[in-house]
Design a protein around this ligand. Structure first.
Ligand SMILES: [Mg+2]
Length: 223
């Protein structure tokens, strides 16, 4: 077993990525969102779907999010882009009572740190019945459209929420997004069913099952 009883007794701020972290990749939502992005890129550029998909992935790699390339190379309005994405149905998501209970027991504040926009974040949190557990959502608009893993995103988050990295844990399914968090001194947890396969030295813990990981972690004593 990996990281049973992880020592998180120093943590007071709990940062969570949203997509494929607070719900499993296996839900299929990521694929539905990706299809909508491909539609958007194909409509915008007139490219066949296959080429539009390749361009989407190229921008994702180069800019952290596809939107970065669409904004800088095509002048896309992020509000128009997000309005298109946010029509995605969320029926594939179901609340997870074990995750909700595990999150609720964490001492301190919980914040979502996402490359998605505010509306997507709220829709997903509402569907998962987790909204009331999070003090705030730091979204791509707050980051000035500089997505994770750009260092600006982490700096703006830290400033906006007075984050003390040494008392902060960051949970993410995208391994490269954990590197800047580790550099700042945060405790890093890679989430996802393949997490145990990752050998990156900036990953402190691996959580194939987030609810179980949180439920078994050692936490700061509270009154
Ligand atoms: Mg994610």
């Amino acid at each position: 077993m990996t990281a049973q009883g992880a020592d998180l007794t120093h943590i007071e701020t709990w940062l969570f990525d949203l997509d494929n972290t607070l719900y499993p990749l296996a839900s299929g939502l990521a694929g539905l969102v990706s299809d909508r992005i491909t539609d958007f890129v194909a409509d915008l550029t007139g490219l066949p779907r296959g080429e539009a998909h390749a361009l989407q992935k190229q921008y994702l790699l180069e800019h952290g999010i596809t939107l970065g390339g669409l904004m800088s190379r095509h002048g896309v309005d992020p509000q128009v882009y997000h309005a298109h994405l946010n029509q995605v149905p969320l029926d594939v998501l179901t609340p997870d009572p074990a995750l909700k209970a595990a999150l609720a027991r964490l001492p301190g504040r919980r914040i979502v740190f996402t490359n998605a926009d505010e509306i997507h974040a709220q829709r997903v949190l509402d569907k998962l019945e987790l909204s009331e557990l999070f003090e705030s959502v730091f979204h791509i608009g707050h980051a000035g459209y500089s997505p994770k893993p750009s260092p600006e995103a982490y700096a703006l988050l830290a400033l906006a929420h007075a984050v003390e990295p040494r008392e902060t844990a960051f949970f993410e399914d995208t391994v490269r997004n954990l590197a800047p968090a580790a550099a700042l001194g945060m405790t890093t947890i890679l989430v996802g069913e393949d997490a145990d396969l990752c050998a990156a030295d900036f990953v402190d813990y691996r959580a194939p099952h987030l609810a179980e990981f949180l439920a078994s972690a050692r936490l700061k004593e509270t009154e």
